[in-house]
Write a new protein. Structure first.
Length: 365
């Protein structure tokens, strides 16, 4: 995973994001004529045998790679993670129960805001006062009566913080794992729902992967438009209507790429190596670069940093572009710099960034 093709930009974008070159080359070879079918996969009926094989194959690989137990359904739903912010309380809080939320940053806050329109929700902990620089201990999370689930955002792409230890609480967890899904194992006994947009580690945008405990559907809300009901998607095998064929087709290939390289253990080891290298470059810069996150809560997927002299950030990003590196701007809401290190990011890309950082600090000092 350390090779870096000379003709490719080094893409540190937070999403849509880098995909494996070998997968892109496979798609390129098949895009006009899928396996001698005389047409492209994206032209075929979603009821055709070739697409059905891709659809079922992707679901099977998700289940195997993530070790999803039999009591969970694997769903492919349009709309990305953002639509899940509303679908979750619509489906799970109709019986008068309550949804608790941990506010760890921008994406958690969006889930809180949308969820409040569709169910009885409340904030069980907020990191706003500490500028979203840490993850709470389980003892800091204040659960109230009638709580059905605790919603967490496993990794905040904007703030660069990530859960390393899952909260040990007396209610099931529900997690938005958009930006670290398929990068580490999941302890399924703690979760009722895991979901995420696929445009970080898995595929192009346009699809949410939802993995839901089947028993959570027993009392789910039936008084909804059919497409908004998890039980309908589960019963129809994510084929209630035309699914987002292209993202699922690409995801199937990416999942095979993950499998071929050793599955989640290999992805987690590579993520740790990439992140450790970049954080060392920041921490060893004698304050030229800084990261605001508590060390134990630093994300392995999204590394945020500032330059001590913020007026140098624009020249730094310009110099990065000259060296073929893109997507290093921090989110528009916070500024600074951000390097997203998803599964398909080669180690050589991080090494190139670290070399740039050292060179820039030396010449600017």
């Amino acid at each position: 995973m350390s090779e870096l093709p000379s003709t490719r930009r080094i893409n540190f974008s937070a999403g849509p994001s880098v995909l494996p070159v070998s997968v892109l080359e496979e798609i390129q070879a098949e895009i006009v004529d899928y396996r001698s079918a005389g047409m492209s996969m994206i032209e075929m009926s979603h009821r055709s045998a070739p697409y059905d094989a891709v659809h079922q194959g992707a679901a099977t690989l998700v289940r195997r790679l993530l070790s999803v137990p039999d009591e969970f359904d694997v769903l492919f739903v349009q709309g990305g993670a953002t639509m899940q912010f509303g679908m979750l309380p619509m489906n799970l809080l109709a019986d008068g129960s309550r949804g608790a939320y941990v506010d760890t940053g921008e994406w958690a806050l969006k889930a809180i805001q949308d969820g409040s329109h569709h169910g009885d929700t409340y904030v069980a902990w907020s990191g706003r006062d500490t500028r979203y620089t840490r993850i709470p201990a389980a003892s800091e999370i204040n659960l109230e009566d009638k709580t059905r689930y605790l919603h967490i955002t496993s990794n905040e792409t904007i703030g660069g913080i990530q859960y390393k230890d899952w909260p040990d609480v007396p209610v099931p967890l529900v997690a938005d794992m958009s930006s670290d899904l398929m990068s580490r194992p999941i302890p399924w006994e703690r979760f009722d729902v895991v979901y995420g947009g696929v445009q970080k580690n898995l595929a192009p945008a346009g699809l949410a992967l939802v993995i839901i405990r089947r028993s959570a559907l027993d009392n789910s809300n039936r008084d909804l438009a059919s497409y908004l009901r998890y039980d309908v998607h589960a019963a129809k095998g994510s084929m209630y209507n035309t699914p987002p064929v292209f993202p699922i087709y690409v995801m199937d290939k990416v999942l095979r790429w993950v499998d071929d390289r050793g599955g989640l253990p290999a992805m987690q080891a590579a993520a740790d190596e990439r992140a450790s290298l970049l954080y060392a470059a920041i921490d060893d810069s004698h304050g030229f670069y800084t990261n605001p996150v508590e060390p134990g809560d630093r994300s392995t997927m999204n590394v945020v940093f500032r330059l001590a002299d913020e007026s140098l950030e624009a020249p730094f990003i310009a110099e990065a572009a000259k060296r073929g590196m893109v997507g290093l701007n921090g989110h528009r809401s916070v500024g600074g710099c951000r390097a997203s290190l998803y599964n398909a990011m080669p180690l050589a890309g991080v090494e190139a960034l670290c070399a740039l950082m050292a060179d820039f600090a030396r010449t600017a000092s």
